[in-house]
Design a protein around this ligand. Structure first.
Ligand SMILES: Cc1cc2nc3c(=O)[nH]c(=O)nc-3n(C[C@H](O)[C@H](O)[C@H](O)COP(=O)(O)OP(=O)(O)OC[C@H]3O[C@@H](n4cnc5c(N)ncnc54)[C@H](O)[C@@H]3O)c2cc1C
Length: 394
């Protein structure tokens, strides 16, 4: 990506965010997603930030994409989660594992608003361990037939196609190996249901869907048959970097809000920014911002290096570790930063009318989705202990 293309992209993202704020406000008031989030992204040509230009995208490297996501998440974790579903875990596995025909079919359409994407790994009884999933596929002529339920899927009720992970029907033991499919969602055999009981992040669509003998064309197998677990794990590295970057955006916005508010609000005869205990909160939020920023930069550079040399196991392991570290740190830092921001706002802080409390509500999920805090810590611990043989979840 040239410096000019990067500058233009960042300017487009900034323009998007300026127009996004009132829509995000409306989503919060109405407590439901709004298609304008997607339409506006199309208007500013940012539906394919990661996608190579030859497929109609902006061709951003991992670090530039991370910066874009941080900026978008200053407006809210909901809009950034839409981009994650569409790009980090939607377009990315197609870019990395799709055949040329699948890239031609899905990438340009996804960049121009004709195809919203999602990633369907989690099931009601398989979250942290996707190998406990029960979704199945079987081959029938020129189609695969899929059966099963996927749960808590971002963009799940608005997606035109979902990356779905499934096991071969009737296989056990070593033959029971997960495969990945690009699954078009049209038709009565694919039932979607939006989940509404979320305490925040209203902008994002979260859904479950059920496939009942759902037919998928044979050429929609993603990568090689039996390679689904690897595809899922690589894609989650991309998704985790998105969560970490979004968390940084939360911290940046909380800091900006607190600087303004603490200079304007007077108590005990001076701006509250002049009280040392308020400055303690501000200093700690800034420490969270600076450390998260540094870790995300390191993680994005490691991921980019791994993407550029797909067969290199050491680079992949380094990216996996650096991203887990950044995701764990930044999502916890954002939670703490939002909590401190609520405190600085006092009584107004405990209100959805002000941004800190919205961030606090929204960002909590960043410690859960794309791999929980606990799973990130297990990854980090196995790395310091000496590698894969120390993984506690095996
Ligand atoms: C808003 C939202 C959006 C989401 N979007 C998507 C999406 O787009 N696609 C998708 O596939 N999924 C998505 N998810 C699902 C998400 O990734 C899972 O919720 C997450 O991975 C945890 O799985 P679980 O909820 O089944 O929890 P569980 O796996 O049941 O975990 C419950 C608790 O046990 C802990 N635990 C589990 N195993 C271990 C272990 N070995 N050691 C220590 N502790 C352990 C966990 O850390 C957690 O604290 C989304 C979830 C939410 C809430």
């Amino acid at each position: 990506m040239t410096p000019e293309a990067r500058a233009k992209l960042m300017a487009d993202v900034e323009a998007y965010c300026q127009e996004l704020r009132p829509i995000e406000e409306l989503c919060y008031v109405e407590r439901r997603p709004n298609d304008a989030i997607r339409d506006l992204a199309l208007k500013h040509n940012i539906l394919g930030i990661l996608v190579p230009t030859r497929y109609g995208g902006r061709g951003a490297d991992a670090l530039t994409y991370a910066r874009c996501l941080a900026r978008i998440n200053r407006e809210g974790t909901g809009p950034r989660t839409f981009f994650s579903g569409q790009s980090s875990i939607g377009q990315y596995p197609i870019m990395k594992y799709g055949s040329e025909a699948m890239k031609q079919k899905y990438l340009p359409a996804s960049c121009t608003g004709g195809c919203t994407l999602a990633f369907g790994l989690t099931e009601p009884d398989a979250g942290s361990n996707p190998l406990e999933g029960t979704t199945t596929y079987t081959r029938k002529g020129d189609r695969f037939i899929l059966n099963g339920v996927k749960y808590l899927i971002s963009n799940g009720s608005i997606a035109d196609a979902v990356i779905v992970f499934a096991f071969p029907e009737g296989k056990t033991g070593a033959d029971r190996r997960m495969s990945a499919f690009i699954v078009p969602t049209a038709g009565e055999t694919f039932e979607k249901e939006a989940l509404h009981s979320k305490p925040g992040m209203y902008t994002a669509d979260t859904a479950m869907f059920q496939m009942n003998d759902h037919p998928v064309p044979a050429d929609h197998l993603l990568g090689e048959e039996g390679n689904g677990f690897r595809i899922a794990m690589h894609t989650l590295i991309s998704g985790r970097l998105s969560v970490a970057s979004g968390s940084l955006g939360v911290i940046e916005d909380c800091l900006a809000e607190c600087i303004t508010y603490s200079k304007e609000r007077h108590q005990h005869g001076k701006p509250i920014a002049k009280h040392q205990l308020v400055q303690d909160h501000l200093a700690r939020i800034e420490v969270m911002r600076a450390t998260s920023d540094a870790m995300i930069e390191r993680a994005a550079i490691a991921k980019q290096a791994s993407d550029e040399k797909p067969g290199d196991k050491d680079l992949l392991a380094d990216a996996d570790y650096a991203v887990a570290l950044a995701k764990y740190w930044a999502s916890n830092a954002a939670w703490e930063a939002a909590d401190r921001a609520v405190q600085i706002f006092g009584g107004r802080g405990w209100s959805e009318l002000y941004r800190p409390f919205r961030h606090l509500q929204d960002v909590r999920v960043c410690r859960i989705y794309e791999g929980t805090d606990e799973i990130m810590k297990l990854k980090i611990a196995s790395k310091v202990l000496g590698g894969k043989e120390w993984e506690a979840f095996k």
